[in-house]
Design a protein around this ligand. Structure first.
Ligand SMILES: NC(=O)c1ccc[n+]([C@@H]2O[C@H](COP(=O)([O-])OP(=O)(O)OC[C@H]3O[C@@H](n4cnc5c(N)ncnc54)[C@H](OP(=O)(O)O)[C@@H]3O)[C@@H](O)[C@H]2O)c1
Length: 345
């Protein structure tokens, strides 16, 4: 079948799909999430073949990844990733909707209208309606405020998230990219509204250690929310694909405005080479080591990964098949996992 063709028959999910991954409790809630969640930020727009995208999503489900993360912005164009996922849901996964945790986000700019940006009630709730139509579902499991919006009162944003939940259009509320103090305020306000904050979605990896530095990890434990950490592979930089310094044709650093090849410099190579050597000693890959590292913390409920092939998914979800990291190994990783390495944005 050509990658663009629409499959004739729906996918039959693997019977052993719950045998691969641990499921971890999100903070003080009653909800378990898979140790790996799958995000549709890149390569799920109309510029990539439907068949390839469908294979990746269905492989993720077969591997026990029940949580799929979306946003109104994901494409290109904006909203294309949700429309794509809606097709897969309709054709393949509708019978399994109860087994899926679907999330979406709103608040980052998606157009020129004043209501297509920011965390106002109007922006968040109209976007949620649109996402539900595109996804073809009555509810999402988690609805996020994508980013803090200093121009909107936090009370208004929190009230909109709480309304999404009380109206049944979302089961849980989340926030993303909120700095620690605003995250705490949001958690307090949401609790007062009777809708406890389920999860915060920050960027976290060996090269972006802000959640450790600014106290977000401790806050998650204190306020009882989970962390769903995004870009745990630093968009592919924490894999062996850039180790030689050359950028493969198909790699994100060649094809995405979000990752410049200029970050692949001598410092980056020195640090990843040392981390790669440790991974090899442990019998795993650098990608697996980097994923195992973010999941060492109980506050990290799930590592939110992307993938451009089913091979990457198969490989990455085996990250927890290796012995736990020792204190000595963690110390070595601190030496080379330096905050700010190859970071942009
Ligand atoms: N809340 C937010 O503001 C926010 C922001 C960003 C992301 N997110 C969420 O987080 C999700 C994941 O982000 P991400 O895609 O940056 O995560 P990531 O897991 O750090 O990077 C994934 C990319 O790394 C490469 N890769 C993965 N495994 C590999 C392997 N074993 N060997 C070689 N290369 C490998 C692939 O890129 P190539 O093969 O194309 O090079 C893949 O697409 C997004 O989809 C989105 O849901 C949220």
């Amino acid at each position: 079948m050509s990658p663009d063709a629409t499959p004739d028959s729906p996918h039959q999910p693997a019977a052993d799909r719950y045998d691969h991954l641990p499921y971890r409790r999100a903070g003080a809630s009653g909800l378990d999430l898979p140790a790996f969640s799958f995000g549709l930020w890149q390569k799920f727009g109309t510029d990539h073949p439907y068949g390839t995208q469908r294979d990746i999503v269905l492989r993720a489900f077969d591997l026990g990844i029940t949580h799929f993360d979306n946003a109104n912005r994901y494409g290109p164009p904006h909203r294309a990733a949700e429309r794509f996922f809606g097709q897969v849901l309709r054709r393949d996964l509708a019978p399994y909707r109860d087994e899926l945790i679907l999330s979406t986000k709103a608040g980052n700019p998606i157009g020129s209208s004043p209501y297509q940006r920011g965390a106002s009630r109007k922006s968040l709730l109209t976007s949620l309606e649109h996402s539900l139509r595109d996804l073809g579902t009555d509810y999402v499991d988690i609805f996020y405020s994508h980013s803090p919006d200093p121009t909107t009162p936090l009370e208004e944003t929190v009230c909109a998230l709480a309304s999404a939940v009380t109206s049944g259009k979302a089961l849980y509320a989340g926030i993303s990219n909120y700095p620690v103090e605003r995250a705490h305020e949001a958690a307090v306000l949401l609790r007062e509204a009777g809708v406890p904050l389920l999860v915060h979605q920050p960027r976290y990896s060996l090269f972006d250690r802000r959640p450790e530095r600014d106290g977000l990890i401790e806050l998650a434990a204190q306020d009882g929310f989970g962390l769903v950490v995004y870009s745990p592979l630093a968009q592919g930089l924490l894999t062996d694909k850039y180790l030689t310094g050359t950028v493969p044709e198909s790699a994100r650093a060649r094809n995405s405005v979000f990752l410049s090849p200029n970050v692949i410099d001598d410092t980056y190579r020195e640090r990843t080479t040392a981390l790669d050597a440790l991974a090899r000693e442990r019998g795993q890959s650098l990608a697996q080591l980097a994923l195992q590292w973010v999941l060492r913390l109980p506050q990290v409920t799930s590592a939110l990964i992307g993938a451009s092939s089913t091979w990457q998914l198969d490989h990455n979800v085996r990250a927890l098949d290796f012995p736990p990291l020792t204190e000595e190994e963690l110390t070595l990783m601190d030496t080379y996992g330096v905050h700010g390495t190859a970071l942009q944005g």
